[in-house]
Design a binder for this molecule. Sequence first.
Ligand code: ZN
Ligand code: ZN
Length: 343
Amino acid sequence: MKALVLSEYKKLDLVDMPKPQPGDDDLLIRVQACGICGSDVHGYDGSTGRRLPPIVMGHEAAGIVEAVGGAVEDFRPGEHVTFDSTVFCGRCFYCRRGQVNLCDHREVIGASTPEFRRMGAFAEYVAVPARIAYSLPDDMPFAHAALVEAVSVAVHAMALTPVALDDTVIVVGAGMIGLLTLQAALLAGAGRVYAIDLDDSRLELARNLGATGTFNSSKCDPVAEIRTLTSGRGADAALERVGIAPSVNLTIEAVRKGGMVTLVGNVAPRVEIGLQSVVTRQIPLQGSCASSGEYPACISLISRGAIRVEPLLSAVAPLDEGAAWFRRLYAREPALLKVVLQP
Ligand SMILES: [Zn+2]
Ligand SMILES: [Zn+2]
């Protein structure tokens, strides 16, 4: 089969390799679409240490079941499926509590570390455990289904963030996940959702997707703007999608006393925060990682158009062009959001 292999850092080669052999509990999936995730682009140059070459990346995928392992009962060849990026063990303390995203033995499809290597979906076929797969409506385009994973990250973060009807919510960072989060916040009952970013084209997209207002933090002081809009108090809740010190601190300052801050972005492994502001204003800070159990809801939200993914698709291109798209994403070409590759 054809596969796009990261042979060494910043070098992707389209190679011919053997089809994966599904184990007893696995599905062999003929990949129809696989999105390039920000974590793939960051892993591409070795900076995250989670894409040790050689590795076939790609964990945001959808396809058709080609074959099922001997112990698989719930899926049949021909079924359309997507899968979670997290491979959980199902046996540890966290898995047994239903927190599979926190599994002690968590592995990720299309990632490799010193502990594990899982070949991903930038290939004609991928094998994944059936327990992480979900069937799709037959009429859902595969390129849309490839975004279920990203939607699940946004929906999980919203599920952790208490929002009362008519609350004011801010989303800091209007990239892929931010634009999905703002839609999830509106669905969760927020009365007003404001998006903050440095890129005007993303902010325009945010308004098209329902943002009440947007602020470009290079052109104004978003904290002052949000306070003006909330009788001086600040937003009821905030979600941070960038993960660097200025945006984390902006988020903390833009919520009201007691307003929850949910952190998803983690570009910088360490950031300095205004501790006194957090303590004296009693701000709950919480992290949100991947998702646990939100896939069926996300598939439904996309298929009934409650969460719109089409406007976030920048390009759907053949797998052969994958290396060129990685270079463009790595060069941070403006206005590029999700690129989906099709083997
Ligand atoms: Zn991802
Ligand atoms: Zn586990």
